[in-house]
Design a binder for this molecule. Structure first.
Ligand code: AMP
Length: 498
């Protein structure tokens, strides 16, 4: 079809290979009156070289990234991009078996492009000029980033005193085996992945982000969900850092790996209810912060505040078992310094039900939660459905003040006999505990009248209220007093969570 070709840039990597193959095929190279001028020059030089050529012959380039418009003003034009990286030390055999992207704007140009590709020993396919960027990105990932991977992998072998070149047959094997995925992520062996991360952090910290991004992408190929980075470290994390001041928390969080922070606010005296929140946060967040603060502002009665159970050492131990990274246990002075006078009041939701019996309670809750959110700046904050009105107050505050935090609510955890776990249960005598069981039995009727009847027939529980509350979801909520201990509980009236 074409017999005389001039190759511009024949001394370059692609140019020399292409010229050698064309010569092998018996074409006349560097002809005075070429039928085709093939530009094998660097991408940035294509437009300049093309514009200097006299119109007439076909003009083509061998660039993957450069659009055909770079060949203006010529109209008899096309592109043939060999999808191969060339070494100067090797010859035209490098073309054998490689594919080539042919871009053309007419049938005639397409035939010329396919002819050239086939003459070079390439397997042509058509590439729309406008789709070059995606095509070229794919080519760059496959070829250039393979070099980056080889470098990263080699540097880890060096850490182990092993020869990096030992990786090469392995890398070739992966290709020869049709890119079958093997190894720890394919098996779901996260312990091994955790050990990889540990050594990378210790010896090649610059590779941590790369490893994590690749591990996540590989998990998705394997159809697996990668546990959070922190979970990958398993139980080797050690005790949580206990911070007493805002400043401490901020410094500690600033020094940690990026990724979502989860906050679990508690008054301490941890039980399985709290632990369910901590576990959820652990599974979903990179860093887990638990606050431990018996907030005086949410206790109307000083006697109740004084007798609230406290055991920080045990709480920190349980937090460690749950994988908490940081415990924020401030003093009352830290949270309410001299002159403190800024309060958050969720007016309507804060004054019904519990709010009627504990005036100021939700003002104290909303204020301290907002302050905790401001100190910790979590992506997610975790609360229990057990305190349904508290959840509703916080949800309203997050919406009203446009706070950038996701509210996560977890179901109420109960003892096998139905009693909702509560730190206050520790204050109940055996007899009071027994009587307290009626509260859940009553609410489980999911009918306020029936529930009130059950409670009225029970012995010795003083009922503060039993009411349906129009929360998200609606609940039947109740509060009773057993002796001097006040207990609250609720059952959702929609959905299947408790
Ligand atoms: P507290 O320490 O009582 O303020 O509780 C801290 C968090 O744990 C709150 O979000 C509570 O709603 C939650 N919580 C308390 N008891 C339970 C329970 N039995 N089940 C689930 N969450 C609970």
């Amino acid at each position: 079809m074409i017999e005389r070709i001039r190759v511009v840039g024949a001394g370059g990597r692609a140019g020399s290979v292409v010229s050698a193959r064309l010569a092998e095929q018996g074409l006349v190279l560097d002809a005075d009156e070429p039928e085709l001028v093939l530009l094998c020059v660097p991408d940035r030089a294509i437009a300049e070289v093309a514009s200097a050529l006299a119109p007439g012959p076909w003009i083509a380039h061998v660039s993957g990234a450069t659009p055909l418009a770079a060949l203006d003003p010529h109209t008899r034009r096309f592109g043939v991009h060999p999808l191969q990286s060339f070494a100067k030390t090797r010859g035209p055999e490098q073309l054998d078996g490689a594919w080539a992207a042919v871009s053309a704007e007419s049938e005639e140009a397409r035939s010329a492009g396919f002819w050239l590709a086939e003459t070079l020993g390439l397997r042509p396919f058509e590439l729309a000029d406008r789709s070059r960027a995606a095509y070229h990105a794919g080519a760059a990932v496959a070829s250039n980033y393979l070099v980056t991977l080889r470098e990263a992998a080699g540097s880890l072998l060096e850490c182990a005193g092993a020869p990096p070149e030992a990786l090469e047959p392995l890398m070739r094997g992966v290709i020869d085996n049709g890119f079958e995925l093997t190894g720890p992520i394919a098996r779901g062996d996260w312990e091994t992945v955790g050990r990889h991360l540990e050594v990378i952090r210790e010896q090649r910290p610059a590779l941590e982000d790369l490893y994590l991004v690749l591990a996540e992408a590989t998990a998705s190929i394997a159809g697996r969900t990668m546990p959070s980075n922190r979970l990958l470290q398993g139980a080797r994390s050690g005790p949580p850092r206990v911070c007493r001041t805002t400043q401490d928390v901020r410094v500690e969080l600033a020094g940690r790996a990026s990724g979502p922070v989860g906050l679990v606010p508690t008054l301490g005296s941890l039980h399985e209810g709290h632990l369910s929140l901590l576990r959820a946060a652990r599974a979903e967040c990179e860093t887990v912060v638990m606050s431990l603060f018996v907030n005086p502002a949410q206790f109307a009665e000083t006697a109740d505040l004084r007798r609230y159970p406290r055991d920080e050492a045990r709480d920190v131990e349980l937090a460690e078992e749950a994988g908490v990274d940081l415990v924020f246990a401030p003093s009352a002075d830290e949270m309410y310094p001299d002159g403190f006078q800024t309060w958050v009041e969720v007016t309507e939701l804060g004054s019904i039900l519990e709010g009627k019996f504990r005036p100021g309670h939700f003002r104290g809750v909303a204020t301290v939660v907002l302050k905790l959110l401001s100190i910790v700046r979590p992506a997610r904050v975790y609360f229990g459905q057990k305190d349904a009105q508290q959840v509703e107050v916080i949800r309203r505050m997050i919406r009203d003040l446009a706070l950038e935090v996701e509210l996560r609510v977890l179901p109420t955890v109960r003892d096998p006999d139905g009693l909702a776990l509560s730190s206050r249960n520790a204050l109940l005598s055996a007899d009071e505990r027994n009587r307290a069981l009626v509260l859940h039995r009553a609410l489980a009727t999911r009918d306020p009248d029936a529930a009130r009847r059950v409670l009225a027939e029970s012995n010795g529980l003083a009922v503060d209220y039993v009411e349906v509350a129009d929360f998200e979801p609606p609940v039947l909520a109740g509060a009773v007093r057993a002796g001097s201990t006040r207990l609250i509980d609720n059952v959702p009236l929609e959905g299947d969570s408790e």
